[in-house]
Design a protein around this ligand. Structure first.
Ligand SMILES: [Zn+2]
Length: 149
């Protein structure tokens, strides 16, 4: 597990937004248990690409919260660093909720998008009764994509 000095930003299930200076997700080793979990995240990134989102290669790591006090952390992204961390808890919430989390982290990781409490995709807390469907997730993510030159 590396030390990241960049400001990482986290997506929490409840509570207020936090900016982080240290990583709060501990990476799992890449093994037979972890690959299928990562596959689910990568499949959602492909789904975004197929939907018309232009994306660079994004590095995806799966892990668990580094301590109980970060138990709400579902994902983190390196702002404009094309890297994201997704927790196993987030994956266990099912693919519809996971899509909301992954698309949210894509906007941070690729576009450097900040939180916007008026946007259902980029608000700082994911609320379980406001999960976006596939089309709406895509629509909101595309909003942040810079225009083609
Ligand atoms: Zn966020």
């Amino acid at each position: 597990m590396g030390i990241y000095t960049n400001v990482l930003e986290c997506y929490k299930l409840t509570d207020t937004l936090t900016y982080m200076k240290t990583k709060k997700i501990k990476n799992f080793k890449m093994n037979r248990e972890t690959f299928p979990l990562r596959r689910k995240v990568i499949d959602l990134i492909y789904e975004a690409k197929k939907g018309g989102v232009n994306l660079p290669r994004i590095e995806v790591r799966i892990g668990e919260q580094s301590s109980a006090k970060h138990k709400n952390v579902l994902g983190c992204a390196k702002i404009k660093g094309n890297q994201m961390w997704i927790t196993k808890d987030a994956i266990d919430l099912g693919s519809d909720i996971l899509r909301n989390i992954v698309f949210h982290e894509i906007a941070h990781a690729v576009y450097g998008t900040q939180h916007d409490e008026s946007c259902p995709l980029m608000c700082s807390a994911l609320s379980e009764d406001a999960i976006l469907n596939k089309e709406d997730c895509l629509k909101h993510l595309l909003k942040y994509q810079p225009m083609e030159k």
